[in-house]
Design a protein. Structure first.
Length: 261
């Protein structure tokens, strides 16, 4: 198998989900998602990966490279061991020290999440700067990339699911609701009032932070790029998001991996 025909397994380990993508000739040919379980063993995740591959009539032997972005330290080790044991591949694990093609112009680069670095690297190559990346996950992160594609920092807020769960757990008479907009902002019952406060409150958070970050960046034509599972839902209800990039982190892992070559 030539380098041109190689297949890269990209692994994005988040606090809620592990997303895996298989790249071939620059194309994402498969992607899967599994629940993040911090104490799951390498052999257990290997069973999942093997089943994903088997469902596409592929095997371990067809994977020639592995790139990992992880914000869950125990699973960083888990997937590194999985790669070495089942694929006999030393994986690329992205950190602040990795040659990503961007500069981390922040006070403590070692503290920035690997997913935020990877997203910024993807934005620089695919879309160019200046840009603000909104990643809707367990936390909602806002990452700022300047005109040269360098990472300037950003903001971190609780994800809408975390905010919802915190409210329900601390208020005895409030129960879980669907995270969708109610019929109108003025809620006429408890469910609609909660949906208004949580959903429209979160939209206001996104719009307010985007405005403040844009004002601070002070660069015209700043693109607002959203990723994460809830990105399409929010784009329907706000005009601040310019485009959705659902596979941005997997794209970034491919770009960084290829850069090492």
């Amino acid at each position: 198998m030539t380098e041109f025909d190689s297949r890269l397994l990209a692994v994005d380990v988040g606090n809620t989900n592990v997303t895996l993508g298989l790249w071939h000739r620059g194309e994402l040919i498969l992607s899967w998602r599994a629940r993040t379980v911090a104490d799951k063993m390498p052999d257990e995740y290997a069973v999942l990966v093997r089943n994903f591959l088997a469902g596409a009539n592929l095997s371990w032997a067809e994977i020639t490279g592995v790139a990992i972005s992880s914000v869950v330290p125990p699973l960083t080790s888990t997937f590194t061991e999985l790669s070495r044991r089942y694929l006999e591949i030393d994986p690329l694990v992205v950190t602040h020290k990795t040659n990503t093609g961007i500069q981390l112009l922040i006070d403590q680069p070692e503290q920035v999440g690997a997913d935020r670095i990877v997203n910024a690297a993807a934005v620089k190559v695919i879309y160019g700067g200046p840009a603000i990346v909104i990643d809707f996950g367990t936390a909602t992160t806002f990452d700022v990339v300047d005109s040269d594609g360098n990472y300037l920092g950003g903001a971190i807020s609780p994800g809408i699911g975390v905010a919802h769960d915190a409210l329900v757990s601390r208020a005895a008479r409030l129960h879980k609701v669907d995270l969708v907009p109610p019929p109108r902002p003025i809620g006429k019952n408890t469910i609609h009032a909660m949906q208004s406060g949580i959903f429209w409150g979160y939209v206001a958070l996104v719009e307010g932070l985007v405005k403040r970050l844009r004002d601070d960046l002070a660069l015209p034509n700043t693109k607002i790029i959203a990723t994460g599972g809830l990105a399409p839902l929010f784009r329907e209800h706000t005009t601040v998001i310019d485009l959705i990039a659902p596979d941005l982190t997997l794209e970034g892992l491919r770009i960084i991996y290829e850069r090492q070559a």
